[in-house]
Design a protein. Structure first.
Length: 386
């Protein structure tokens, strides 16, 4: 059951292996969502469009009254129900996990590739990685990080329902390095330097605090104007525009005015749909303020990202530090301009040693995560039948 299609990679290989197995009959269900900054639940049409374009059959639960969808879900009578998104506030009321576990076994595969940060004033694993309702009530939880698996053992329920499998998302990213066709929204840009700009959505100390779009978007617009021979494609985090306005970092009018000017340039584009990997492979340089992109970009391309590091962001955990070391770090827009000039003239530092370390940490069971997850589900089903 999916609304966060942007991270379908966390479930895609699981779904495809199920299609090939006589033990499974997978069904994809799309539902509405309410992301940060959204006024109400909606967007199921966009979720459905993604699966249609991917050639994946799915059932649409585009109901204003989510309990209609819940009743249909009960009629489907799934033995297991897979989710890739933990925060319950973004689900319509009927799809809260408390309702789901009344008739099926929920399996949770995290949508993010890697847990990279600590929470302020928290020693050890961030509670949002193991103490949410999804973590407490899911029948099975599949984890990327062994330390998060260990954290579950200290909760009231314990960790018997959690498994250290690695994540299919990282496996998918690495595989796409070999197979994913490149795509560039500005068309044939042979001979032009291509910058993929991927800003994050967190702009305050209350949550992550990595985002710098609000403080440098005008400088980026001016840079694009002054360099018509360079392509700039903006790939915002799905929450970013909503967060800017909803949290009063920019007015709706100011954001609309900026986007109009950005989209009007012949060498700029905004892309919110194309797969990340296709854009990453087409770009010559990724410019980002974090978080997951600093790890995912080198996993896809084996090249370092350029990381605009905001002062005061939530601190990296050990895995986050490994990812950050694989980047070219800058702390001002002027520094970024110098790095961009250097990259266009003779390239970026290779960072191959750091990227190799990231590969080793990010993929504990290379290429096996989805297979491991299905083997656990099969074993669980046998135990329940016994």
């Amino acid at each position: 059951m999916v609304f966060y299609f942007e991270a379908w990679d966390a479930l895609d290989e699981i779904y495809r292996l199920m299609l090939e197995s006589p033990d499974f009959e997978p069904v994809v269900v799309t539902i509405p969502r309410k992301l940060t900054g959204d006024a109400d639940f909606g967007g199921e049409d966009k979720v459905s469009e993604f699966f249609t374009e991917a050639g994946i059959e799915h059932i649409r639960f585009n109901f204003e009254n989510s309990y209609e969808g819940l009743n249909q879900l009960k009629r489907l009578a799934p033995d297991y129900l897979f989710l890739n998104y933990p925060w319950q506030k973004n689900y319509q009321p009927a799809y809260k996990i408390e309702n789901l576990i009344a008739f099926t076994r929920v399996c949770y595969v995290p949508y993010f590739s890697l847990p990279l940060v600590n929470e302020p004033n928290i020693e050890g694993i961030a509670p949002h990685l193991f103490r949410q309702s999804t973590h407490r009530l899911a029948h099975l939880v599949f984890l990327q990080d062994r330390s998060v698996k260990d954290a579950f053992t200290h909760t009231e329920r314990g960790g018997h329902h959690t498994y250290f499998t690695g994540t299919p998302k990282v496996d998918s990213l690495i595989e796409k390095m070999k197979t994913q066709p490149k795509f560039w929204p500005l068309g044939d840009s042979a001979g032009r330097f291509k910058v993929l700009w991927a800003p994050h959505h967190s702009f305050g100390e209350a949550w992550l605090n990595f985002g710098v779009f609000d403080s440098m978007h005008n400088e980026m617009l001016e840079l694009a104007r002054e360099n018509p021979h360079v392509d700039f494609v903006l790939r915002p985090h799905p929450y970013m525009f909503g967060s800017l306005v909803g949290q009063n970092h920019m007015s709706a009018e100011a954001l609309a005015y900026w986007r109009k000017n950005w989209d009007a340039l012949p060498n700029t584009a905004t892309d919110e749909i194309t797969s990340y990997a296709a854009l990453m492979l087409a770009a010559d340089l990724l410019f980002t303020d974090g978080i997951s992109f600093i790890a995912e970009y080198p996993l896809v391309t084996r090249r370092p990202a350029v990381f605009f590091e905001k002062q005061g962001h939530w601190s990296f955990n050990p895995l986050g530090e490994i990812a950050a070391k694989s980047t070219v770090r800058v702390e001002s827009f002027r520094e970024f301009e110098l790095v961009l000039k250097q990259a266009m003239e003779w390239g970026l530092p290779s960072k191959q040693t750091e990227i190799d370390e990231l590969f080793a940490a990010a993929s504990p069971f290379p290429g096996e995560a989805a297979k491991r997850i299905l083997a656990i589900v099969q074993s669980d089903a046998r135990d329940l039948r016994a």
